[in-house]
Structures are given as structure tokens and as C-alpha cells.
Design a protein around this ligand. Structure first.
Ligand code: TNX
Length: 529
């Protein structure tokens, strides 16, 4: 009897301790580096709570206030001032890592010290997630946090299906809430040219609209919807989006595809091609043989003129020049390409692609920028000064890192968020293929196969949202969420992942998604893999 009593007491005590423990957990995504919640008590934030702004941290404080209106239902902006005792105080300290922060919560309120402005912003993002999912209360304690990777990206393809300025802004909101700091904006492709270039108005006048869109996977017999699809961003709109992103500490890395994936440009300006024949803005998915001519000087002038406008619009040091999936059929038959190969002493067409990429790299370097390209750029023998986006597999990323390139890891089996989310595919609608679930991403080791010395070259990790089968932002969000939560744990908290707590954290994050009004897929929450 006594033993049973003891057993009961142990059971009761452990249940109680689990209860208090979980009540005293932050459940924040991505996981902070250090959390101490020893002290008892909570601090409540209301619409009356003042934000005390030190070190001119007005910008992140204003964003926080706006976000609180949107997600906590605050009716008016929070009061902000330079002085005051109680409230949410924000300031910086250069001893803290860039983008990192420390948060102390006591009866005095919340003190957030960022390593820089972005750090203050991320501290406030952590605070917002806690408040929104915890009835406006934040437990007393101390949090210290900083990211694992300096490049934390998500890509968005607006070529296969166009997304409006407001859609892209919502996408940026989602990235920022997950502490991502790069949006890779895929602006040109075979199926549409989406960025206004003043020197070549035809690019958007003609190249931004395709006649129709393929229905299904394009297996025989093929069907099209018969409806024109188009859209593009004016330079004014681009500036607005770049500013919006910067206010959320997101740098936009623009991508101008070359020399492949350029059929929309060829439709607008046929002289960019080898044979100068008329081609449509492409109405198929996949890889087209129609590519830019790499032999004519006019192609290089064109690319430089386009890039001149692009770098005026985008402050990002990295400019993405594509470089992927460029069939060499046209080049093999082109007198200009063959002459260029001869003149430059290039052995084959791969080397000609390398010549093009290297020439564009030199041009951009002279403008104070650096190139990033899909991993095919390695094939043409580019120098290690270019950054490689490894998409065809982690091994290629490892190879590039070992050869001195900086690398963004985005391998196909883990980072392609256009893939199906469940094994059965039931109820998902038509998607491009594959299968990537939350667990696969969460348990992924981005350093696999990379030597200790080459690890420093892995500057970041990115997920890609290709939109062949995603017609609108709601579908995009359903592919992005909640998988982005797993991705951001890799990007921000690579060594802090914990299989035993992630499900509980995700149940919590789901409340946050609901408060934000974002569309997310049900599969992970339903236990469907
Ligand atoms: C490969 S990743 C592509 C894209 C497609 C995507 C579909 C890469 C550099 N190219 O053009 O949209 O697959 O998953």
C-alpha cells in the first residue's frame, strides 16, 4: 500500500512538473539559442503598453506596433517615446552578434537589446509570437538568440504565375516572421518577363504575356486553358517592394535568367537568339532549346543594359544570374557562337557558357556587386568568387564549398516547396511531383558530406517556390506553410533542433498563423506525411 502511495505521488509530481514545465516553455519557432524562465510570473502587454525607444530604434518599434494591430487586434498604434520606466524598451549593443538579441522580462516590462537594428526586430518578432499565442502575456525570464546562417532565404517564382505587389508583400511578411532575411525573386523566365526595363520596353510589352497555360502535366494529348496570362512590375512598384522588404530586414536578391530560361525575352527581342526566329512566350513547362545567343556582342550589351537598371533598383550585393538548364543545341549550329568559341579559344559550348557567366560576373564586380547562380555555373569553369546556389543535390554544394565558393544550399530533395507534402498526395491538387514533408526538412543536415574546413563556405540555406502549378498566393502559402517553419529551424537554429518539442511548438505556431490570416497546409497537423 505504501509503495502504491509512493508511486502515485511520483506520478502526480511528474504530471505536475510536466504541466508547469510546458506552461513555462516559450514554444518559439525558430528555437532561440538560450532560454531561462526560472522566475515566476508574466508580464502582460496591452494597447496601453508603451514602447521606449533608445538608440533611435524607431523603425523596428513601428513595425512591431503595426504587427500588433494586425495580429493582436490593437485598435491604435502603441505609444512610443524616448523615455519611460515600464514597458517594452528597445536598444542596441554592439557586443551582441549582428541580427542577434537579448530579451529580459520582469515586472518592469520587456527589455530587448539587439546587436543591430535587425536584432531588435527579431527580438520583437519573438515577443510577438509569444504574445499572440499566449493571450498577450510573456513569462518573466531571459532569452539570448542569434542565427546559425547569415543567408536565410526563400525563393518566389512570379514568372510561371504572376503574383501582385500585395501578394509579394504578404510573402515578405511571412518570411520576416520566420526570421528569414533573403527573398530570391525569380523575375524572368521562358513563360514571362516580369520586370520593367526602360531601355527595352518590349520585354514587358510583349514578353510579359503568354497566350495560354498548360493544363495538367503536359502528357499527350496536351491541353491548354486558352486564357492569356500576364503581369509585370513597374520600376516604381519594384522600388516599393524593395523598401517594404528592407523595412522588414529582408534583402531582395533579384534573378535575371541567362543564357537559358529566356524565351520570353526572345519573343520580345528576336535578335537576342542565334537564328533570330520568332518564338512565343513559352506555353510549356520544362526546358526549352530557345536560349540567348552567346556569340553576338549585342547579347552582352543587352545583358549589361538590363543589369544596369536592375542594380539601380536592388541594393543587394548578390545579383542572381540564373545559369541553369541551358541546352546548347542552338549554339552548336550558330556561326556567331562558333566564331566566339574560336576567338576565345573555348573548347566546347559548356566553356562558352562559362565565358558568358564570367564576362557578366566581371561586369557586375566592376559595379560593386557579386554574382550568385544555380550550380550549373560550375560547369563552365567560373572562378570561386561567384556564389553557388546548389539545387541539384547536396553533393554539388559540398563540391563547390570544397573548391572555395560560397554556397547557398537548396538541394532538390529537401528544399523544393513546389513538391507534394504527403506520400499519398490525397486532396493536395495537382503539383509538380516529388514528396517533401515537414520531418524531412526538420531533420536535414545541411553540412552533410562537407569537411570541417569548408563548412564556413556554406553561407546559408534556401527553399524554393516554383509556381508552375501554383496559380495564386493562397496556393503559394499552402505550399510554404508550415514547411517554412521546419526550414527556418535549419536556417536560424541548426544545432538547436529537438524532435521531442517541435510538435508542441508547431501547435502553438498554428495559432500564430491563424492570427495572421495566412493559409497553411493541414497535413503536418493531421499527422499525414
Ligand atoms: C527546376 S531549380 C528549375 C525550375 C523549375 C523547377 C520545378 C532550377 C534552377 N530550375 O525551372 O521550375 O525545377 O521544380
Amino acid at each position: 500500500m505504501k509503495r502504491m502511495f509512493t508511486l502515485l505521488a511520483v506520478v502526480v509530481a511528474s504530471v505536475l512538473s510536466i504541466a508547469t514545465l510546458s506552461a513555462r516553455e516559450l514554444n518559439v519557432v525558430p528555437e532561440p539559442a538560450y532560454v531561462d524562465l526560472e522566475a515566476e510570473g508574466d508580464y502582460a502587454v496591452t494597447n496601453k503598453t508603451r514602447i521606449i525607444v533608445v538608440d533611435e530604434m524607431w523603425a523596428p518599434a513601428e513595425r512591431f506596433s503595426e504587427d500588433m494591430m494586425a495580429t493582436m487586434g490593437f485598435e491604435k498604434p502603441m505609444h512610443m517615446s524616448k523615455h519611460g520606466n515600464k514597458g517594452i524598451k528597445v536598444r542596441t549593443d554592439s557586443c551582441i552578434a549582428s541580427e542577434g538579441y537579448e530579451m529580459t522580462v520582469s515586472e518592469e516590462g520587456v527589455l530587448i537589446i539587439g546587436g543591430d537594428e535587425a536584432g531588435v526586430y527579431y527580438g520583437l518578432q519573438t515577443l510577438r509570437q509569444i504574445l499572440v499565442t499566449n493571450n498577450g502575456c510573456v513569462p518573466y525570464g531571459f532569452v539570448a538568440d542569434e542565427p546559425s546562417f547569415r543567408y536565410r532565404g526563400a525563393h518566389l517564382d512570379v514568372c510561371r504565375h504572376f503574383m501582385s505587389v500585395d501578394d509579394v508583400k504578404e510573402y515578405i511578411d511571412i518570411l520576416a516572421a520566420h526570421k528569414l532575411n533573403r527573398l530570391h525573386w525569380h523575375l524572368t523566365d521562358d513563360q514571362g518577363w516580369r520586370i520593367e526595363i526602360k531601355a527595352y520596353p518590349e520585354l514587358t510589352e510583349k514578353g510579359s504575356v503568354r497566350k495560354e497555360t498548360l493544363i495538367g502535366h503536359g502528357l499527350e494529348p496536351k491541353w491548354w486553358d486558352g486564357k492569356p496570362h500576364g503581369g509585370y512590375y513597374t520600376q516604381e512598384q519594384i522600388r516599393d517592394v524593395v523598401k517594404y522588404a528592407a523595412e522588414r530586414y529582408v534583402t531582395i536578391v533579384p534573378e535575371i535568367e541567362m543564357p537559358g530560361h529566356a524565351q520570353a525575352a526572345l519573343h520580345a527581342l528576336p535578335w537576342l537568339g542565334c537564328n533570330e526566329q520568332e518564338v512565343d512566350v513559352w506555353t510549356m513547362w520544362g526546358v526549352t532549346p530557345e536560349v540567348l545567343c552567346a556569340g553576338k556582342e549585342t547579347t552582352y550589351t543587352f545583358l549589361e543594359n538590363v543589369l544596369k537598371e536592375v542594380i539601380e533598383l536592388f541594393p543587394s550585393e548578390l545579383i542572381h544570374i540564373g545559369g541553369d538548364e541551358c541546352p546548347k543545341d542552338r549554339w552548336k549550329e550558330c556561326e556567331h557562337c562558333q566564331a566566339m568559341m574560336k576567338a576565345q579559344g573555348l573548347e566546347n559550348e559548356e566553356a562558352l557558357q562559362g565565358y558568358l557567366v564570367t564576362r557578366i560576373e566581371k561586369f557586375l564586380n566592376a559595379q560593386g556587386r557579386r554574382i550568385i547562380g544555380w550550380d550549373e555555373i560550375l560547369e563552365g569553369g567560373v572562378t570561386p568568387s561567384s556564389t553557388v546556389m546548389a539545387w541539384r543535390g547536396a553533393k554539388i554544394g559540398a563540391y563547390a564549398a570544397e573548391h572555395g565558393h560560397e554556397v547557398v544550399m537548396t538541394p532538390l530533395p529537401i528544399c523544393y516547396f513546389d513538391f507534394y507534402q504527403t506520400e499519398s498526395r490525397e486532396g493536395e491538387g495537382l503539383r509538380i511531383g516529388g514528396h517533401i514533408n515537414f520531418e524531412k526538412i526538420y531533420s536535414w543536415d545541411p553540412f552533410e558530406g562537407i569537411s570541417e574546413s569548408a563548412r564556413k563556405n556554406i553561407i546559408g540555406v534556401q527553399c524554393n517556390v516554383w509556381s508552375e502549378y501554383l496559380k495564386d498566393i493562397s496556393m503559394v502559402e499552402g505550399q510554404l506553410l508550415p514547411r517554412l517553419a521546419a526550414m527556418c529551424e535549419v536556417q536560424w537554429a541548426v544545432d538547436r533542433r529537438d524532435e521531442s518539442t517541435i510538435r508542441r511548438k508547431m501547435e502553438n505556431l498554428r495559432k500564430f498563423y491563424d492570427a495572421c490570416g495566412w493559409n497553411y497546409a493541414p497535413y503536418y497537423f493531421d499527422g499525414r506525411q
